[in-house]
Design a protein around this ligand. Sequence first.
Ligand code: F6P
Length: 324
Amino acid sequence: MSNIKNIAVFTSGGDAPGMNAAIRAVVRTGLYYNLNVFGIGRGYDGMVHDDIFAMDAKSVANIIQRGGTILKTARSEEFRTVEGRRRAFENLQKKGIDGLVAIGGDGTFTGASKFIEEYNIPIIGLPGTIDNDLAGTDFTIGYDTAINTVIEAVDKIRDTAESHDRVFVVEVMGRDSGLIALRSGISVGAECVLIPEIKVDYEAMMDRLDRTRKNKASRVIIVAEGDDAGAFAVAERIKERFPHYDLRVSILGHIQRGGSPSCMDRVLASRLGVAAVEALMEGRRGEMAGLIHSKVEFTPFEKAIKHIGAVNDNLLRMVDILSS
Ligand code: F6P
């Protein structure tokens, strides 16, 4: 028999497609188990400022297909302070909230760990970020939709690049992670993919551009935003070496964060949302629910946020083989 009676769900950090599907799953699962379910607006900021409200089955109707987050999100400065966290805890206490589901990325889980350390409140995390930069899950909620958005955009860029015999340097998001760049790069048949995890060999890149020119009218280089150089600097280098190239830069930006979630993100969010509530009821805390080889697994927050060196360089090797 679970001691948990009142749970609250919130989204924090950058939004990601599928967050709404996750909120819906948490709310409906809580209600299924006869818990009272609350939503918190604007992440930790709403906790500090008492933006906490009851949710019912209707409040999550017709949202599974919507991008963004109906709860809104923020990166809260106040919650980083001892006083901010104290106010947040008092606001939760006022409503009798005894369990939290935090949907977000590494910043969200760092905050959650601190909160548990100070107030021992049960929190389960769901990986909600387009960056796919968390350990303990094969994919984060939002990543699949984001890479599909990149593919759609770069396919369009390829049409115009091909018509003009142009070289395009396209910058994609991912913060310090190259995983958006790598997977989307393979999918669009990019000639080069530059990611922060692996030092760029500019000589090899120039050789490849020169070599592939014989077979191809257009060339597309995908650059992860976390890469040291950035798209404009990469374009500069190419221009220096090949001044005759007709070169353009395109920064895809925040379109990568929006849009209706893919089937994969909706199912992932739904599965993990159910798992999070059941985990709270089983007495778990301080862990992120993720999917590893199609199975729900729990990873402590401290481990989940240390996603280091997770790049499969075989995939980068594939870009070399397939773009020649
Ligand atoms: O973490 C998600 C993300 O979209 C990153 O890929 C990107 O670096 C960052 O957020 C952008 O943040 P903001 O929306 O605050 O500019």
